[in-house]
Write a protein that binds this ligand. Sequence first.
Ligand code: 5GP
Length: 179
Amino acid sequence: MNKDVKEIIVTENDIDERCRELASEIEAYYSEKAEEPLVIGLLKGSVPFMAELIKRFSIPMEIDFMSVSSYSGTASTGDVKIDKDSDISCRGRSILIVEDIIDTGRTLKQVVQLFYDRGAKDVKIVALLDKKEGRVVEIEADYVGFDIPNAFVVGFGLDYNQKYRNLPYIGILKEEVYS
Ligand code: 5GP
């Protein structure tokens, strides 16, 4: 275990198994609708999760990436800044957004609205982790890997100051690292 990690809360094995389950649930949804989803990963945190998930799909699909940062306007509203946009048109498409973690929900709320504003037909969210206690705006993922407590976690895509994304598990970062 990395010396800066206090506790592993989701193991590599847990992630592997859960990604198989999620992929089969998601695949069933798109197969039934006979839709080819456009799978959009939010950079950078979703990269390992997206790779793990899409290799389990046997349905036709396209992938792309977007990089967004959210910042608060007022306490109850957020806004999203697009740092890198998707290159593929989402008009009339079924979109599956892949996110590492939902906390306040501000980022995803804005991104989902953005896709609908751009003419997407259907927008679904899959998030590896959900910190329900952190929610500030009303939004839920359609598919969640793991519900986790309100602690700062790193690994499997999630960083602290751009580090720890390469850890193959999700762990709680020791407080002394960021305090
Ligand atoms: P929110 O749902 O608050 O708009 O934002 C979610 C984003 O906040 C995630 O994509 C991630 O970048 C960041 N985030 C929230 N909680 C954590 C956490 O526990 N660890 C890390 N590394 N990032 C987090």
